[in-house]
Ligand binder design. Structure first.
Ligand SMILES: *Cc1c(COP(=O)(O)O)cnc(C)c1O
Length: 224
C-alpha cells in the first residue's frame, strides 16, 4: 500500500470514529491507541508518519524491542496485555504512558512496591470483565468498585485514571452493547476518572456510542 492509500484508509477510520463520537456529543473526545502487536517497526513508523502517536502492545518483550528501536520518535506507549509479575521491572523500565490492564490486587501491590522503591508513579486503568467470559481477565463488575477503591487507598504510586474492558466476544450486538454499557456505568461512579478504554476493530463505533473515550484498534489499521 502506498503512503497515500494508507492515509486514505486511516482517514476512513477517523471519519467513522468522528461520526460515532458526534452521535454522543460535540464535546465527546475519543483517543485512538493503535494496537501494534501484529506489526513491526516499519509499519509503526508508517502510521506515525500520517499522524498516529499512541501505540499499544500486549507483550513486554515486544514492547521493549519496539520502544528501543523507535526511541527517537515522540511516541506514546500503552501496555494493554495481561502483565505477569516477573515482567514488572522490564515494563517499568520502559516508562509506559498508561497501563490499561490491572486485573488483580496482587499485581497492583507488586507494581506499587516496585514503583515506590524506585520513587516513580504510573498511570493505570483497572480492567473489568463486563462480558463475564472465562477467557478474559479483569475483575467482575461486582468486585470492581471495591477493588478500585482499595487500589487507590493501598497503592498510592499507581495513579488510577479509569477503566478498561474488552467487549463481549459474540456477533449479538445487544450482548456486546450490554457489556459496554455496564463498563460505562462503572466508569461513571469512579472518582476523578477520565479514561474509559473500550472498543476494538470489530466494535469501536458501538463502544464509542456507549461512552468509550479510548479505542484500541489493531487489525483494522494494519491488515489490508
Ligand atoms: C489486540 C488487542 C486489541 C486490538 O484488537 P483488534 O481486534 O485487532 O482491533 C485491543 N485490545 C487488546 C487488549 C488487544 O490485545
Amino acid at each position: 500500500m502506498t503512503q497515500l492509500e494508507h492515509k486514505r484508509h486511516f482517514d476512513t477510520i477517523i471519519e467513522r470514529i468522528e461520526k460515532a463520537r458526534l452521535r454522543v456529543s460535540d464535546h465527546h473526545i475519543v483517543k485512538i491507541v493503535a494496537a501494534s502487536k501484529y506489526v513491526g517497526v516499519e509499519e509503526i513508523k508508517a502510521l506515525y508518519s500520517i499522524g498516529q502517536r499512541a501505540f499499544g502492545e500486549n507483550k513486554v518483550q515486544d514492547m521493549k524491542s519496539k520502544v528501543e528501536t523507535l526511541e527517537d520518535l515522540p511516541l506514546e506507549w500503552h501496555f494493554i496485555g495481561n502483565l505477569q509479575k516477573n515482567k514488572i521491572n522490564a515494563l517499568l523500565s520502559l516508562n509506559p504512558q498508561l497501563l490499561h490492564s490491572i486485573d488483580s490486587l496482587d499485581i497492583a501491590h507488586a507494581l506499587n512496591d516496585r514503583l515506590t522503591r524506585d520513587g516513580k508513579t504510573l498511570r493505570a486503568l483497572v480492567q473489568v470483565n463486563s462480558a463475564y467470559e472465562e477467557s478474559k481477565s479483569g475483575f467482575t463488575p461486582e468486585e470492581f468498585n471495591d477493588a478500585y477503591a482499595q487500589i487507590i487507598e493501598q497503592c498510592p504510586a499507581l495513579h488510577l485514571q479509569g477503566i478498561m474492558s474488552i467487549g463481549a466476544h459474540t456477533d449479538e450486538i445487544d450482548v456486546v452493547k450490554k457489556s459496554f454499557e455496564l463498563t460505562r456505568s462503572l466508569f461513571d461512579e469512579l472518582p476523578n476518572a477520565t479514561i474509559c478504554s473500550m472498543g476494538m476493530s470489530g466494535d469501536f463505533e458501538l463502544a464509542i456510542e456507549c461512552g468509550s473515550t479510548m479505542v484500541r484498534l489493531g487489525s483494522i489499521l494494519f491488515d489490508h
